[in-house]
Design a protein around this ligand. Structure first.
Ligand SMILES: Cc1cc2nc3c(=O)[nH]c(=O)nc-3n(C[C@H](O)[C@H](O)[C@H](O)COP(=O)(O)OP(=O)(O)OC[C@H]3O[C@@H](n4cnc5c(N)ncnc54)[C@H](O)[C@@H]3O)c2cc1C
Length: 545
């Protein structure tokens, strides 16, 4: 969903050329642009669509003008938003036997952890993996056990995970200096000075992973709310990750690239944009261990975190109303009126509830409940995910095809081989890969506007050109590209945001029976935080019931 007015001023061809050149990291000529627009270039055979979140439905929120509700129903609790946070809240309420309805503007639940499928594979539309949970994160471990992903504990108390849910080998590779190396930390052709700087950095992250503050909490933890409030660590939120790296004397081109990659991966923005606290948290917040996997291994599925959504959905399936745009939430004494627009029937409806949980992105919650402080300081990284169907991935020199495949200094984050986790006897007839691009080339408002205005043919060119960096002539093998644009993909932890006033104020609605639950409220966007926020809001409802 896009919160800004993307239609105010038409974009010219020159604007598009400039934007495409930024993404490509090179020049796009007018000739190439015309050939691509008119499907006369070498990519003309590639089919597909842009599937983005329902921007048009979302825009109705901004436009307003809904007629008074035509129908009224009653329920104990309404949850607005069926992303991971909303579904987590639904699960908790269901386990307590509390009746609820869950409304989402999209035709399908899951938010940016939703998944899709075609004849050959299922695939993620956004989130694709869950790192091993921290051992203190009991709620999440319990969820994984319930879902059959965690099968038990060894005698030392370490979780044992289902082997088919752990990322299969080979896990990661990096295309650097003309060949693929194992792992994403640059090694191939890296000089001794750089290698030792990288080692020093990783050792520092190990220190930050286990150090505790004066309040005896881990300096960096997941959920973020469990992290230490000790100023010696929280002050790292005042400066950018890039500034901190400079202050600490980390001068290595390869390390700088790797950290930009990591920050773009988790926050959709590089080290110059996110805070040092957030940059360090990427490494130090994760302390997961398992009896049958190394600490850096991840849990993943062909449909990415869609697997977790599928599990959560079991608790809400009969309570879910999709295509239902919540447009107004009004406190009314000890009740709350939740007004929504039924996109299919084109009617407006009201639910009168005892409680409401807003599991919508914070900028949306502020529109729904005008008493909330405006979402100033909440900056969102736009994203693009492309699911690409091709005959096969061509072999190239070095380490073999892995689950995660990244190009050193590429503008995208590379691609995930969604089918690596499938348990088929025979290789599927077609391969499906998921390609990730944080749209961080311009300020988010501009990026969002340009990205939503480009045609499918333009994206096909940009995506295929990027893949050609490591796989020459791969365009001949590509059949279809399904493009997903996430206008407000992830909250961006810019300096001062995680420890700042805006995030603190956003935690409470100011009403006893309205609760907020979205990963935005953690300041970083990962499944664990969405799950935590959903559970927290549901616990508040339960304590009042
Ligand atoms: C491209 C991408 C890749 C990611 N990769 C990973 C990953 O690999 N691992 C990981 O842990 N995390 C990842 N994340 C982040 C992760 O997906 C999120 O943190 C988490 O899923 C967010 O869940 P949520 O419920 O907080 O919010 P959302 O997913 O934003 O859910 C909010 C829901 O509210 C609905 N909604 C909005 N407005 C209204 C309205 N007015 N009325 C009704 N419904 C409304 C939306 O349709 C949506 O379903 C990724 C995110 C993106 C964008």
């Amino acid at each position: 969903m896009n919160g800004e007015n993307t239609r105010s001023k038409p974009l010219s061809r020159k604007d598009f050329l400039r934007y495409m050149a930024l993404i490509a990291g090179g020049t796009i000529t007018a000739g190439q642009y015309i050939a691509c627009s008119s499907k006369k270039d070498k990519y003309a055979h590639i089919t597909g669509r842009i599937n983005g979140a329902s921007a048009a439905t979302g825009h109705r929120l901004r436009e307003g003008g809904f007629p008074p509700p035509e129908e009224t129903t009653h329920i104990h609790t309404v949850i607005a938003g069926s992303g991971a946070a909303g579904l987590a809240a639904g699960r908790k309420l269901r386990l307590q036997g509390i009746p609820f309805k869950i409304l989402d503007l999209e035709p399908r639940p899951g938010g940016n952890a939703a998944s899709g499928e075609n004849t050959w594979s299922s695939y993620p539309l956004g989130a694709h993996y869950l790192p091993l949970p921290n051992l203190q994160n009991g709620d999440l471990l319990e969820l994984l056990r319930e879902a059959g992903i965690l099968t038990g504990y060894d005698t030392a108390g370490l979780p044992i995970y289902n082997e088919t849910d752990l990322c299969f080998d080979p896990e990661e590779r990096l295309f650097i200096r003309g060949r693929w190396q194992e792992g994403l930390v640059p090694q191939w052709g890296v000089d001794a000075d750089s290698l030792s700087t990288i080692q020093r950095f990783l050792a520092a992250m190990d220190y930050f992973r286990w150090v505790k503050g004066s309040d005896l909490r881990y300096a960096f933890d997941i959920p973020v709310a469990c992290s230490s409030a000790d100023p010696q660590f929280t002050q790292l939120d005042d400066i950018s990750m890039k500034t901190w790296l400079q202050q600490e004397g980390y001068h290595s081109e390869e390390l700088q690239w790797y950290l930009d990659y990591c920050c773009r991966d988790d926050y959709g923005a590089d080290t110059s944009t996110v805070s040092a606290w957030a940059g360090i948290h990427y490494f130090a917040g994760r302390k997961g261990k398992a009896a049958n996997a190394g600490p850096s291994q991840v849990l993943t599925w062909p449909h990415g975190n869609g697997r977790l959504i599928q599990h959560l959905l079991q608790f809400s399936q009969d309570a879910l109303l999709t295509n239902s745009l919540v447009y107004q939430v009004t406190p009314a004494g000890d009740k709350v009126h939740v007004d929504y627009f039924d996109v299919i029937r084109q009617t407006t409806c009201r639910i009168i509830a005892d409680h409401c949980i807003l599991a919508t992105p914070h900028f949306v919650s502020c529109r729904l409940l005008p008493a909330l402080q405006p979402a100033n300081g909440f900056v969102y990284s736009p994203w693009l995910v492309a699911n690409i169907t091709l005959d096969h991935i061509p072999a190239s020199s070095g380490y073999p095809l892995s689950w995660d495949n990244v190009v050193y200094k590429g503008r995208s984050l590379g691609y995930v081989n969604s089918q690596q986790q499938t348990l088929l006897q025979r290789k599927p007839e077609k391969q499906v890969i998921s390609w990730y691009l944080p749209l961080d080339h311009l300020p988010p408002t501009d990026s969002r506007r340009y990205a939503l205005s480009l045609d499918h043919t333009h994206w096909v060119k940009l995506i295929t050109d990027d893949l050609e960096l490591a796989h020459k002539d791969i365009h001949r093998l590509i059949r279809n590209i399904e493009v997903q644009v996430w206008g407000h993909g992830m909250i961006r932890p810019q300096p001062g945001f995680i420890t700042g006033v805006a995030l603190k104020q956003a935690q409470n609605s100011g009403y006893d029976n309205i609760f907020l639950a979205h990963s935005d409220l953690s300041g970083i966007s990962i499944f664990e935080e969405a799950f935590f926020q959903g559970n927290k809001a549901a616990t508040q409802v339960i304590s009042r019931s």
